[in-house]
Design a protein around this ligand. Structure first.
Ligand code: FUB
Length: 321
């Protein structure tokens, strides 16, 4: 399907789209060419700030406003570098940015920053969320007002260093028919400052009720996203080294979720990462690729295209063109 490049002026990735006060806000990572070489731990992703974009009107054609820098790593006391994916949730008129970055020991954590407006500026807490680790937070507000944080990513995202929410002495990546490393979910405290509970694993089952194995091309890798469609919970994610966006459906925010299919075929570039949002009665898939940078993995460009469901609520598989 024909997608729209949202912001050709600059390289941005990992778009988290949210509707606040009738406008669509997009919270991306901000790519740049730091000169670091490509490695399997994502050392080439040296992002140091976040911008916020907004759209009022048809996302396929309306002007995209850049509200400028909403948070810079130099204003986050605990974080040294690599401001990766983030997401924003609103509660009682305040906006909470949850973001991933590396601390001064090279360990990823999730932090919170707060603003009075969706476009910021955001003021970061001095410390990361207690007990947080890894990357790629998605903050989802359910219809009852409860807020859940989904997170995790393997390889450079460091999830293979954790088991039962504790850091291991050495990393462990499951193989073959072993259970894969799961994404995590934790409900947030009412003030959206901390986890209200220990993070739980997200279990993805196949149609026969068995867990997808570690060697499945559809297993979770990174880029968790949660949206609700017709009362059901759609957990979507990137499969990393098999380069797909997939989804699984469940009946509550914790799962288990049953694997349903592929949302997006591989894009140009190593990573694929997305968000799904409804705006003015139409669903959209926000994503990125590396076509404008001629395939340079660390210089990604934001895209959007409509997302469709069939009558059973299955998402129609797409290719981004
Ligand atoms: O942008 C850095 C990392 O690349 C993200 O955290 C991953 O999801 C991948 O898109």
């Amino acid at each position: 399907m024909k997608a729209r490049y949202l912001f050709p002026k600059d390289y941005m990735a990992d778009p988290s789209a949210n509707v606040f006060n009738g406008k669509l806000y997009i919270y991306p990572s901000h790519d740049w060419d730091s000169g670091e070489c490509f490695d399997d731990d994502g050392g080439h992703f040296q992002m140091k700030d976040y911008h916020v974009l907004s759209i009022e009107g048809d996302p396929m054609s309306a002007p995209v406003i850049d509200h400028g820098v909403m948070l810079d790593v130099k204003n986050v006391a605990w974080a040294e570098k690599q401001m990766w994916d983030n997401d924003v949730v609103e509660k009682d008129g305040k906006y909470y940015l949850v973001f991933s970055a590396k601390d001064y020991n090279g360990v990823f954590h999730l932090g919170v920053a707060v603003a009075d407006k969706p476009e910021g500026p955001f003021v970061a807490n001095p410390d990361p969320i207690r007990g947080s680790y890894s990357i790629d937070p998605c903050v989802f507000k359910d219809d009852d007002g409860k807020i859940y944080c989904y997170f995790g990513g393997i390889w450079g995202g460091q999830l293979q260093w954790y088991k039962d929410n504790r850091m291991l002495k050495s990393e462990y990546l499951p193989e073959g028919k072993e259970d894969p490393l799961p994404s995590r979910v934790a409900r947030m405290t009412d003030d959206v400052q901390q986890f209200a509970e220990a993070p739980r694993p997200i279990v993805i089952l196949d149609e026969t009720g068995n867990k997808l194995p570690a060697d499945s091309p559809h297993r979770f890798f990174e880029a968790s996203w949660m949206h609700k469609y017709k009362g059901r919970y759609y957990f979507s994610y990137s499969t990393g080294d098999s380069h797909l966006l997939c989804y699984a459906v469940g009946d509550n925010p914790y799962g288990p979720f049953t694997f349903k299919g592929v949302i997006l075929e591989p894009v140009v570039g190593w990573t694929t990462h997305h968000s799904i949002a409804e705006y003015k009665g139409q669903w959209y898939l926000f994503h990125h690729d590396c076509v404008p940078s001629n395939g340079t993995t660390w210089l990604r460009s934001l895209k959007v295209m409509p997302l469709m469901y069939d009558e059973e609520g299955n998402i129609i598989t797409m290719k981004s063109e």
